[in-house]
Design a protein around this ligand. Structure first.
Ligand code: SF4
Ligand code: SF4
Length: 156
């Protein structure tokens, strides 16, 4: 009786092995093959710009306040009228994210009132030393738009 039970168990076990053997693999030959990321994947942060090149961030520090990992440091300053950096009265003079602390929860993105902060698909965040993983503003801010903004709506 127990021999029959053991044989039944063996047959079921081999059945699972056979079924799995003919299934396509779920692993990828990374890094040659890249995974298809979900549309809302939360990768590294990027500070956005307006079409005219000005930064969306107004240095309000809300993102730093809500961050549960204390990963963000923002120092706001008066926006220079002659050469404005953002469209607000203030801008982020200093902006850093410590990627070693970040848990990619996305709370900073939700808190941002100007939609300046977004999380992009980049997930390969390694570095040779700890300092290289503290991203400064220069690394976080998006490049300036290459084409001229459409300002035809503006009164001449
Ligand atoms: S994703 Fe979360 S942990 Fe990372 S910087 Fe934003 S609020 Fe902080
Ligand atoms: S990224 Fe958004 S929340 Fe953070 S300082 Fe800039 S405007 Fe404020």
């Amino acid at each position: 009786m127990s021999l029959l039970r053991d044989l039944g168990g063996l047959a079921r076990g081999f059945g699972v092995t056979l079924r799995t053997f003919f299934r396509p693999p779920v692993t990828l030959r990374y890094p040659e093959q890249r995974p298809a990321l979900a549309g809302r994947h939360r990768g590294r942060h990027e500070l956005q710009r307006h079409e005219n090149g000005l930064e969306k961030c107004v240095g309000c520090e809300l993102c730093a306040l809500v961050c549960p990992a204390d990963a963000i440091y923002v120092e706001g300053a008066e926006n220079p009228k002659a050469e404005p950096v953002s469209i607000g009265e203030r801008y982020a003079k200093t902006y850093t994210i410590n990627m070693l602390r970040c848990i990619f929860c996305g709370l900073c993105v939700e808190a941002c009132p100007t939609e300046a902060l977004q999380m992009k698909g980049e997930f390969e965040l390694t570095g040779a030393d700890r300092r290289s993983l503290i991203f400064t503003k220069e690394r976080l801010v998006a490049p300036r738009p290459t084409s001229a903004p459409d300002d035809s709506w503006m009164p001449s």
